[in-house]
Ligand binder design. Sequence first.
Ligand code: RB5
Length: 182
Amino acid sequence: MMDYSKVLLFVSLTYQYKADNIFYSFNDSEVIMKIAIGCDHAGVAMKNEIAPVLKELGVEGEDYGTTTEESVDYPDFGEKVAELVSGGKVDRGILICGTGIGMSIVANKFPNVRAALCSESFSAQMSRLHNDANLLVLPGRVINGTTAADIVRIWFTTPFEGGRHQKRLDKIKAIEARLICK
Ligand code: RB5
């Protein structure tokens, strides 16, 4: 699969040029990554808060609910998104619940899913550099929208480092294969 992280550095730039003494400005943002996004009632507000950031990054998010603050069960929504990431139907996923813990537990049950619960930017960056995380989990009741936006920006623009980290991911793959065969 293409490494979108490098491409992302070049999107959402606003270009300006001058012609006939008029400055023209346009946004070159285009969809370069498709993701699935889901949450429970405790994550709805944060999901709405990060939507413009995703757009700015050129990330197209298909929303798998929930959409209101009426109480729901997080496994129902975590399962939908994790299944799509697991099967390679989307490039990546985002899940949000109150603490992020429930969604993380659900998502990491799925083969090929490497879900990272992030409350600050450093972990978000490392989850891409070292773990090639393909599903970002945010804790809607723990951090504010500004921190979530920072996390989303760094998570989508940081590439996987590969090298010695690939060997470790291969070991995770081997564990998955062994458990699935049981
Ligand atoms: C819902 O009240 C809450 O339990 C849920 O959002 C999440 O934090 C679970 O891990």
